[in-house]
Design a protein around this ligand. Structure first.
Ligand SMILES: O=P(O)(O)OC[C@H]1O[C@H](OP(=O)(O)OP(=O)(O)O)[C@H](O)[C@@H]1O
Ligand SMILES: O=c1cc[nH]c(=O)[nH]1
Ligand SMILES: [Mg+2]
Length: 209
């Protein structure tokens, strides 16, 4: 079964508090989401392989390390996942970005897959699938399933806030996938919003409500 990693770094937790606050406006919300995404990416990329190189300092030859050039890919789940991409690209500017469009039908709560455009070599890349909210887990599960069908072999799921129900769903449907979050909240409400959560991530990012 996949592991769940909760990032308790003080900077992540501090910023998440202001992301949750209903009085945080669109501009600040966007900035904070990107900042937390960047900090989470820093933690997630801990296992990136390095290779040794030699470099001439002004004084001596030094044996040093550089990234081994493993291919990465970011896959934001539209729309809200877009809000985390810029922050991650600040750390990993060469990463390719694929897009997968899914929304949760407000009546049935079922995910509707409406778009995808991925790098042609997704099978060779380590993918980070990004969505701020893991609520029922339906959208992320469908996204991971669709990506596997399209050839993805190595994926991590990165979310800001998860509900226990969403974590369970991913562990059941995709036991091979590790989940990285800033918080696992209490529960879902009757409309399957995460409680306490942060409200509707897409609407808060894009100012649509
Ligand atoms: O775990 P689930 O129950 O599937 O819910 C989570 C999904 O809901 C939100 O997207 P939404 O449907 O609001 O689309 P949007 O990003 O376009 O606003 C969120 O960004 C997730 O993709
Ligand atoms: O709490 C929730 C649940 C699903 N989608 C959101 O944006 N927020
Ligand atoms: Mg939304």
């Amino acid at each position: 079964m996949g592991n769940v990693y909760v990032f308790d770094h003080p900077l992540i937790q501090h910023k998440l508090t202001y992301i949750r606050d209903k009085n945080t406006g669109t501009k600040e919300f966007r900035e904070l989401v990107n900042e937390v995404a960047m900090l989470m990416a820093y933690e997630i990329t801990r296992d990136m392989p390095l290779r040794e190189v030699e470099v001439e300092t002004p004084l001596k030859t030094a044996k040093c390390k550089v990234l081994a050039g493993k291919k990465l890919g970011l896959v934001p789940i539209l729309r809200a996942g877009l809000g985390m991409v810029e922050g991650i690209l600040k750390l990993i500017p060469a990463a390719k970005v694929g897009h997968i469009g899914l929304y949760r039908d407000p009546k049935t709560l079922e995910p509707v897959h409406y778009y995808s455009k991925l790098p042609t070599d997704i099978g060779e890349r380590d993918l980070i699938v990004i969505d701020p909210m893991l609520a029922t887990g339906g959208s992320a599960s469908a996204a991971l399933g669709a990506l596997k069908e399209m050839g993805a072999k190595s994926m991590k799921l990165m979310c800001l806030i998860a509900a226990p129900e969403g974590v369970e769903r991913i562990q059941q449907d995709h036991p091979d996938i590790d989940i990285y979050v800033a918080a696992v909240d209490e529960k879902l409400d009757e409309k399957s919003y995460i409680i306490p959560g942060l409200g509707d991530a897409g609407d808060r990012l894009f100012g649509t409500k």
